[in-house]
Design a protein around this ligand. Structure first.
Ligand code: ADP
Ligand code: MG
Length: 297
């Protein structure tokens, strides 16, 4: 069996004249968690829909389990798909919805219970979806996908509608599903750092093009940022400009690029002088770069 579950080769997808995917190459291997990261409108959903054969590519080759999913939709039956806002019947209890899915896929009651337990919804099983939080609904959607015993889970921005606590629970859940159930996962997000934590490989997409692909380490290597929180960002920015630092700012935070050798020490010296002149600094932290810094490279 080939280790690649999904493969796109030189795929271009156009809407009219606009290329939503522009010569995309990606191959998702069995067992990995692939993070697909890009800003809004980058082409993540188009890539996912094209991979599932819900959209037809204009050029190139799409292979899902070795077959073109647009012409062989059976390949889709081996995929559990999860969307940003799962479409769930508001008045139906969770257990009824999952039981119906179990029936369709010929899954046992044990399998269903196992899926419910895995996502941590045993106690909510008899509640209708309208009484569930967004995170619980997303977990029910994951249980629904698991009931069909998929070999790969494809999740399109499953966390973008959630608060930080629910977001983390969902990410942990994907990690658990991958590590304990050995399921391959393709997950997209516009937030780089949340996928850096769980992915084996990260693929960055922008304007329909794959910009970069690699392990989380390879993606962020050589791009380190230092965040400085201070009382008077304007005066700090003036100082940094005069010393030739590369930086951005947001609210009371100033982010300085410190990837080059020696820059961090130079920055700390400058900050020390700045403080000696009577300026206040509340905090200095080394932070992971965001998608903007990666795309800027
Ligand atoms: P993402 O999921 O990364 O936010 P999408 O794949 O949804 O991005 O969209 C990529 C680009 O393709 C966007 O510019 C979007 O407006 C455009 N697009 C997506 N779907 C359609 C469509 N059905 N018709 C025309 N343009 C579309
Ligand atoms: Mg999208």
């Amino acid at each position: 069996m080939p280790s690649s579950i999904l493969m796109l080769e030189n795929v271009t997808k156009k809407f009219g004249k606009f290329k939503a995917l522009d010569n995309v190459n990606i191959s998702v291997d069995r067992g990995e968690i692939r993070g697909l990261v890009g800003p809004n409108g980058a082409g993540k959903s188009t890539l996912i829909k094209t991979s599932l054969g819900l959209l037809r590519r204009d050029y190139g080759k799409v292979l899902l389990f070795g077959k073109d999913p647009f012409f062989d939709p059976e390949a889709r039956e081996r995929v559990g798909v999860i969307y940003e806002r799962p479409a769930l019947p508001a008045s139906m209890p969770v257990i009824e919805f999952l039981s119906k899915a179990a029936e369709i896929y010929g899954s046992t009651k044990e399998h269903l219970r196992d899926a419910l337990e895995l996502v941590g919804l045993e106690d909510q099983a008899y509640k209708p979806f309208s009484q569930l939080s967004a995170g619980q609904r997303q977990r029910a959607a994951i249980a629904h996908a698991l009931v069909s015993s998929p070999e790969i889970i494809i999740a399109d921005e499953p966390t973008s509608n959630l608060d930080p606590v629910e977001r983390n629970k969902i990410l942990e859940l994907f990690l658990e599903i991958n590590q304990e159930r050995k399921l391959t996962i393709l997950i997209s997000s516009h937030v780089l750092h949340e996928l850096l934590r769980i992915s084996s490989t990260i693929t960055i997409i922008k304007s329909g093009k794959i910009i970069k692909s690699g392990t989380p380490d390879e993606i962020v290597r050589n791009i380190s940022m230092t965040r400085i929180r201070c009382k008077d960002p304007e005066s700090l920015k003036e100082l940094l400009s005069s010393l030739g630092f590369s930086f951005t700012s947001e609210g009371g935070n100033v982010y300085v690029k410190t990837e080059e050798k020696g820059i961090a020490s130079k920055l700390l010296n400058a900050l020390s002088d700045y403080i000696k002149k009577g300026n206040d600094i509340y905090g200095i932290e080394f932070v992971e770069p965001g998608i903007e810094e990666i795309l800027e490279e």
